[in-house]
Design a protein around this ligand. Structure first.
Ligand SMILES: C[S@@+](CC[C@H](N)C(=O)[O-])C[C@H]1O[C@@H](n2cnc3c(N)ncnc32)[C@H](O)[C@@H]1O
Length: 327
């Protein structure tokens, strides 16, 4: 499975891009973009080269890690999936395309769409030295218009994008993305109740159109999670020096919370249960919250069931697990 940290080629390209830029200026731009996001705004605030670079330094490591974790979950459930082409909707600096290139060596062509010129320019610059992404095709424009003209792709990805589209427009966009999906559509969102709400709505909309969930859900039925709970996962990622500086942070890592759904044209062969929170391990038992084909279950695996206990001790939040012993 692919590691959550940015690939060496991308790190080097970002480092090279940072040469000649004032880190203070980039940190100020990153802080202002973060404020806009916190206040419910989107990436329309990213207008200049400095804004785009600040966004990429501050957010690309985390959205890359979330996209990678989602792609890893998809690959685990669909081990024979070997997409030839990718359509990255709301591609920004190209994050999900880089993640998909790492996850699938089969990918040969990359089509990216985005309305933001500054992010598009940065994406082209970052990809220029990449062995896999050098030839990418990046169209600038409104998602629905550019998607209408786009060729269908084996894998379509919308990473941290659908939340920037108004409620009224979102379901038409999702339908269009599905129409352009030959095999699998992956949608990744922030792991907030609102992000999960958009994922669950897209999931319901496309299951009604014949889609099947490949990951994370072990079924195509109604989500059993009730508010105030929501389905989300977390991915730890390392912070580089530039990343720490730009975020004015001390810790050498951060944990990105994300929600996702991978919807496929054909059902996957296996539907393992999904670990929905970090299991609690004691000397007596392992307690794990699982989503199973029959709904939510709190599994308790006692220590006396030696082999099962040893296996359950290794479960991590987000894992797909089989042979679950239920309490
Ligand atoms: C938060 S960024 C995510 C970028 C990238 N996918 C990632 O995961 O890092 C959202 C992207 O969606 C794009 N976007 C939002 N609404 C759009 C629309 N209606 N048409 C085209 N692009 C859009 C923005 O320009 C921005 O680049």
């Amino acid at each position: 499975m692919t590691a959550p940290d940015l690939p060496a080629e991308l790190k080097a390209a970002l480092g090279a891009r940072l040469q000649g830029f004032s880190r203070n200026e980039a940190a100020d731009a990153a802080a202002s973009i973060s404020r806009t996001y916190r206040d419910g705004g989107g990436s329309a605030a990213i207008r200049t080269e400095t804004d785009a670079l600040a966004y990429a330094l501050a957010r690309m490591p985390a959205t890359y890690a979330a996209a990678t974790a989602s792609l890893n979950a998809l690959r685990e459930l669909a081990p024979h999936f070997a997409p030839q082409n990718l359509l990255d909707v709301g591609a920004g600096p190209g994050t999900a395309s880089w993640a998909a290139a790492e996850a699938f060596s089969s990918l040969q062509s990359f089509a990216l769409l985005d309305a933001n010129s500054a992010l598009r320019a940065l994406a082209l610059d970052l990809a220029a030295g990449s062995s896999r992404l050098r030839e990418l095709d990046y169209r600038r424009g409104e998602a629905r218009a550019t998607l209408t003209d786009a060729d269908p792709a084996d894998l379509v990805v919308a990473s941290y994008m659908i939340g920037e589209v108004g409620d009224a427009e979102r379901s038409a966009l999702i339908e269009l993305m599905w129409a352009k999906t030959r095999d699998t559509l992956l949608i990744v969102e922030p792991g907030t109740p609102a992000g999960y709400g958009r994922i669950i709505a897209a999931r319901k909309q496309l299951i009604a159109k014949g889609a099947h969930v490949a990951a994370p859900c072990p079924h195509d039925g109604q989500c059993p999670i009730q508010p105030p709970d929501w389905c989300h996962f977390t991915q730890r990622l390392p912070r580089s020096r530039a990343h720490k500086q730009i975020k004015e942070a001390e810790l050498p890592f951060e944990d990105e919370k994300f929600s996702y759904v991978a919807l496929a044209r054909a059902p996957v062969a296996e539907r393992p249960a999904r670990v929905l929170a970090q299991p609690v391990v004691t000397k007596v038992e392992v307690t794990a919250k699982l989503c199973t084909p029959d709904g939510l279950v709190v599994a308790k695996v006692p220590r006396r069931a030696k082999a099962d206990y040893a296996r359950a001790r290794r479960w991590r939040w987000g894992d797909a697990v089989i042979d679950v012993d239920r309490a």
